[in-house]
Design a protein around this ligand. Sequence first.
Ligand code: XLS
Ligand code: NI
Ligand code: NI
Length: 434
Amino acid sequence: MAYFPDVPKIAYEGPESKNPLAFKHYNPDEQVEGRSMREHLRFGAAYWHVMRNGLSDPFGGPTALMPWDDGSDSVDNALKRSDVFFEFLDKTGIDYYCFHDRDIAPELDDLAKSNAALEKVVDRLAGHQKASGKKLLWGTACLFAHPRYAQGAGTSPDARVFAYAAAQVKAAMDATHQLGGFGYTFWGGREGYATLLNTDMKRELDHLAALLHMAVDYKKTIGFEGQFYIEPKPREPSTHQYDSDAAACLNFLREYDLLDHFKLNIETNHATLAGHTMQHELSVAINAGALGSIDANQGDTLLGWDTDEFPTDLYGTTQVMLKVLEMGGFTTGGLNFDAKRRRESHEPIDLFHAHVGGMDAFARGLKIAAAIRADGRLADALKSRYSSWDDGIGEVIEKGTDFATLSDWALKNGEPELRSGRQELLENILNEHF
Ligand code: XLS
Ligand code: NI
Ligand code: NI
């Protein structure tokens, strides 16, 4: 059955096309730096946004039209949604997807029933994956929506809530494993606090680490070989989120001896909420050998919250792809569109416009990034800026020396002559590529 009867399979028609349901730049098999676009970009669709986001906001209810959805918590409704979702993946040509346990299956009135519902839907998803060749980029457990998690999950002050959360992670890991997921993500939605008057921060962080260590153990128990990710976000919902940015996550992982088991899933709008650029967050992760995957979206510079807009800013997608190419490409990760339509874009067709636009924006970003690398001037300028470290006293310092040696050197050589950083020139060179 066709749930999107007016939408054909989206094809590449090239930059001259005016067809809104065609790719102008994403040409899956086109080679860039020796790999196909499809392999470079590894696009994923977020089940929660595509199938479950009614587009409500704090001031008003849902607007999204979902004619296939009867609004019930039934397993049948959940199964039907999975059919709709795979038609969507087929028509957009998106190869991967991501979900929370509670997106794909309903949370029922006890855990055993919720687990049974999850298993039924996972079986259906497995069938869809087999028939279509689509793959699971990552799964996760929703440990933030239910009222029981209002004060945290892994960092709840209540041990019984912690235990419930652990049970949920176990079932979500089983589901991810069964579906051959390339990864499993931990976004600590409620892992943070609003006031220290009622919060024992040290104890909460110890508990969060314990949860993650149990997940590492369970991974071995079931033989799940996917990559674990932590997804940083600075605020929203909590005032203070423990996983506030890439550096905070890496420090937490290092402190609790978890660094070998986790990489980061960096989201653009979370980076900007943290007061960083996406390039900064990606660089911090890459420098630690820990960039795993990307939640591709963008924020609104005029708004201070997580607007999860579709990525359309070519500067942004280019900067992301420069980093991804620099790292040598994704291994387990990809570009998951953790993005939603505006509340005003309530028709099913808007889902297609949104994803097609995001895919084209990243395809252009990839092509521009490759052109910048082929041009080489930016890389040369960067190398030359640090050239004093390649020989002479720089080489001596990098190899390891002491204050006495450097003091002698400085006394002998006098005032260093500074070179310009050339920021404006470099920005001009970047702009030549747009
Ligand atoms: C919310 C997060 C969330 C994670 C998955 O802001 O981005 O959607 O990606 O739990
Ligand atoms: Ni996300
Ligand atoms: Ni987000």
